[in-house]
Ligand binder design. Structure first.
Ligand SMILES: Cc1ncc(COP(=O)(O)O)c(C=O)c1O
Length: 395
């Protein structure tokens, strides 16, 4: 009765965490730092934009969204990545999606053929990784190939040529969840050049592109612009969930290769959720505004500064270049998450749940916990001090 491919997926990390902590009482008021759900106030302009378009709830929205939405996105991409006029055509290269989670999943359903050059197709996934990539690859019938990516971007070029020949798609995340590392422009160019050489789709998840620390992360569209040959083989995924602190709005977009966008639109006509017209209108307003984004970024930066002040002397601490997670080496992530929960009520995610054992049988996430810095500064300070006092206890 069920698709047997589902058996290849482990329980989602939050279900695994619930089992791990199931029998344990929290040692204080529960504080959830395991989930990357932005808690900053949504931008003030959101409510007004939704209300203004309130007469449109009665309409079925088109899969391709509105021209205004697509134009606002194309204009934002041009500004954000300093792209040439016309590099992004709002009608050919942009498609709204109901959050990037579903789009990242569906992209694999679109890109993975039954066979590639006569072999089982492969999908390359950085390890550790956002779990939806694996779900997308497995349900599409591909063999997931995990590529270790402890820092920066995974080195896809180091993969055996026989695997690259049957690769249908590669996921890349920058800034990376959970590591907080950022792929350089040259790494993005190399990944796209490789995708073109072996004719696979490079799917770059840039949903943390606007949450950065010292330096604005490069984007894969910049890599395409530098390489020439338009947007061939490339899809990029962006979301308002983190940029504008509206994870409940379910609003993002995918941009890239016109052939892929047209196929994606066709696929989404059958199996994708469309964005309601008021959501499209509000999203248009949000992509057109930078003021709230700068403020949001400042709030995260303040918390990263705070984390560095509190945890900086701990050897397992590394300041993230982007995103809002601490990826903290604590020796044994599961043991630490259990102890932290039962002693303080702070819930963090064991890194092992965000990775899979590699070819050597070792799970690269094992020593880590992921801590989401999504709460206000005072709450974050209390939590980080409690975490520090446990970490720095003499053993
Ligand atoms: C790396 C990464 N990609 C994509 C998403 C999906 O975000 P959304 O569906 O809200 O756009 C998330 C959400 O946590 C994420 O961490």
């Amino acid at each position: 009765m069920l698709n047997p491919r589902l058996d290849q997926l482990a329980d989602y990390p939050f279900a695994r965490l619930a089992s791990l902590l199931g029998g344990l009482e929290p040692g204080g008021e529960a504080l959830i730092m395991s989930i990357g759900e932005p808690q900053h106030a949504p931008p003030a302009l959101l409510a007004g934009a939704l209300e203004k378009a309130g007469g449109l709830w009665g309409k079925y929205p088109p899969v391709q969204g509105t021209p205004e939405f697509r134009k606002a996105v194309a204009a934002w991409l041009k500004r954000r990545y300093a792209l040439a006029e016309g590099f992004i055509d709002s009608d050919l290269h942009v498609l709204p999606v109901a959050g990037t989670r579903e789009a990242l999943y569906l992209a694999a359903q679109m890109c993975v053929p039954d066979l590639k050059r006569g072999h089982v197709p492969a999908v390359l996934i950085p390890n550790p990784f956002y779990q939806v990539y694996l779900g997308g690859a497995v349900l599409a019938g591909a063999e997931p190939i995990l590529v270790e990516a402890p820092e920066g971007a995974p080195d896809f070029a180091a993969i055996a040529p026989s695997v690259l020949e049957r690769t249908a798609m590669a996921y890349l995340c920058s800034p990376a969840n959970p590591q907080g590392s950022v792929a350089s422009l040259s790494q993005l160019k190399a990944a796209l050049a490789l995708a073109r050489q072996h004719d696979f789709v490079l799917a770059v998840d840039e949903c943390y592109a606007e949450i950065w620390d010292k330096q604005q992360p490069a984007g894969a569209l910049e890599a395409a612009s530098a390489l020439g040959d338009g947007l061939k083989n490339l899809l990029v995924f962006h979301s308002l969930s983190k940029r504008s602190s509206v994870p409940g709005l379910r609003s993002g977009f995918v941009a890239g290769d016109a052939t892929l966008i047209a196929a994606f639109q066709r696929l989404r006509s059958y199996g994708g959720a469309t964005l309601p017209m008021p959501v499209l209108a509000a999203s248009t307003a949000l992509w057109s505004d930078e003021v709230h984004v700068e403020e949001n970024r400042r709030l995260y930066r303040d918390k990263i500064d705070l984390a560095e002040r509190i945890l900086g002397s701990y050897p397992g601490f590394k300041r993230p270049e982007g995103g809002f997670f601490l990826w903290l080496d604590v020796g044994n992530g599961e043991a630490f998450a259990k102890s932290l929960w039962s002693r303080t009520g702070i819930r963090v995610l064991p890194g092992a749940y965000l990775a899979r054992p590699g070819a050597d049988g070792r799970n690269p996430g094992l020593p880590y916990v992921r801590i989401a810095l999504v709460h206000d500064l005072a709450t974050t300070e209390r939590a980080l001090k409690a975490i520090a006092s446990i970490l720095m206890e003499p053993s």
